[in-house]
Design a protein around this ligand. Structure first.
Ligand SMILES: C[S@@+](CC[C@H](N)C(=O)[O-])C[C@H]1O[C@@H](n2cnc3c(N)ncnc32)[C@H](O)[C@@H]1O
Ligand code: SF4
Length: 438
């Protein structure tokens, strides 16, 4: 697959579920509404879809989520996909919160998974529970140990959070490197770009890096993982440390990746809205011809890059939709509600509308609210690449998004029915191999 700019598309990330057994404060609302099961691709469909991409030249495949390992029978999918290793596919991997790793580490290794990313923001059990709301640090540590024993190469991903784990970064570096793990730090949302009042827990990695230099010698390295991280070697530990700064997504020229959501929506660019529905062609026929055609036509539309790239002397494009929409105050995302506290918006005729994981891939949250005069004013879009932990904050302005706002608002209004919906879901008989645990 070669896109219009001559880039070979060799890296596919697939979100296998929107569900998760944690509710990390920067990621999900505590009362998260998940997608109806019928909207989510079955494991067989994901296998067909990924296999089609591999047939077309994808060499690296990452499964992510939500939490990929909470999807029931997920190992069936790993086993199925492992047939491609050595026959077109170079790497099969995943990003996980580690909670189920102890159960699956050996099976993953047996399937040919060689490296995994594990997300871990703290080594303190109490803080871990506070950040994840549901997680048990000992369980995750057990998972990491099991993965290590199984011979999986581990990269730890840590979101740097002001007042939460900022004092712990040095310890995390020593711990990760002491155990032979790579560590990558990621900045959470740079909300200061749009609203300084909500930046309480935004911790710039420039600050983290400066602090680390009081303890370590950080040697720049030319090493690149093909993604947005910039790496240093920590002289004292000998380990590699990565920094991922949201919105500094300045590697579009060499972008080799596309992403598919658990509902089969293909996103050709993390920072663009254009997407292709692959679920319809998947379900329309057992033959893959329609699917291949849909993939080809989508790749032919892969854009050159983000609208809101920074780091090239440009300002984040977030300013553009703001001005397009009359400079209304920024919207608030589901997860940032906890992270970036802000007084409730009043006088908003549509109310605040929240939607997660329904329109965009991975853990994408959108929030919309109308202006005081009732004009549909702004939709803000927070989209992070779950695998690389790139977070891109973009804005989409204006009343032309009215239809989406309508959907968003309906989703919000439906929320009181959540408990009933949950009860209904619990009564659903599990469909093998596709029922989920979380
Ligand atoms: C969404 S999770 C999906 C895979 C798995 N559940 C996990 O936690 O590794 C992937 C990564 O995205 C990161 N992430 C989630 N929300 C984020 C945010 N608001 N800012 C930066 N990274 C975020 C998580 O820390 C995690 O490392
Ligand atoms: S970051 Fe991962 S583990 Fe945490 S809530 Fe999001 S999907 Fe779940």
């Amino acid at each position: 697959m070669v896109d219009p700019f001559g880039r070979h598309i060799t890296y596919l990330r697939v979100s296998v579920t929107d569900r998760c057994d944690f509710r990390c404060i920067y990621c999900m609302a505590e009362t998260m509404t998940f997608l109806p099961r019928q909207d989510v691709l079955t494991l067989e469909e994901i296998d067909r879809l990924a296999s089609a991409f591999i047939a077309k030249g994808v060499r690296k495949l990452r499964l992510t989520g939500g939490e990929p390992l909470v999807r029931r029978n997920i190992m069936w999918l790993f086993e199925r996909l492992s047939r491609h290793l050595g026959g077109g596919l170079d790497e099969l991997t995943l990003t996980t919160n580690g909670s189920q790793l102890a159960l699956h580490a050996e099976a993953l290794a047996a399937c040919g998974v060689a490296r995994i990313n594990v997300s871990l923001d703290t080594l303190d059990p109490g803080k871990f529970r506070a950040i994840t709301r549901k997680g048990d640090l000992a369980q995750v540590m057990g998972g990491i140990e099991a993965a290590d024993r199984a011979g999986l190469k581990i990269k730890i991903n840590t979101v740097a959070l002001r007042d939460v784990n900022e004092e712990e970064i040095e310890e995390l570096v020593r711990w990760a490197h002491g155990n032979g793990f790579e560590l990558t730090l990621i900045e959470t949302m740079p909300m200061g770009e749009i609203g300084a009042d909500r930046t309480e827990q935004y911790l710039p990695l420039s600050l983290v890096r400066a602090r680390l230099t009081q303890h370590f010698t950080l040697d720049d390295t030319a090493y690149r993982s093909g993604g947005p991280a910039r790496y240093v070697t920590v002289r004292e530990t000998g380990g590699r440390l990565g920094f991922i700064t949201p919105m500094t997504h300045n590697f579009c020229e060499s972008c080799n990746r596309v992403r598919v959501t658990c509902t089969g929506t293909l996103y050709m660019c993390l920072g663009q809205e254009d997407a292709a529905d692959l679920r319809a062609p998947l379900r329309a026929s057992t033959d893959d011809a329609l699917l291949h055609a849909a993939i080809d036509s989508a790749i032919a539309r892969k854009p050159k890059g983000h609208d809101f790239v920074i780091g090239r002397g440009e300002r984040p494009s977030l300013a553009r939709p703001m001005s397009m929409t009359g400079g209304l105050s920024p919207a608030e995302t589901t997860h940032s509600r906890h992270l970036f506290r802000r007084p409730p918006i009043t006088g908003c005729p549509l109310g605040r509308a929240l939607l997660s994981n329904q329109l965009t891939p991975f853990l994408t949250h959108r929030c919309a609210h109308s202006g005081l005069n009732g004009t549909l004013a702004a939709v803000f879009h927070v989209d992070f690449d779950v695998a690389e932990k790139v977070l891109v904050l973009g804005g989409i302005g204006g009343a032309e998004r009215a239809h989406r706002l309508g959907r968003l608002c309906r989703a919000k209004q439906d929320q009181p029915d959540r408990a009933r919906a949950r009860g209904a879901r619990r009564r659903e008989p599990p469909e093998s191999p596709d029922a989920e645990r979380a």
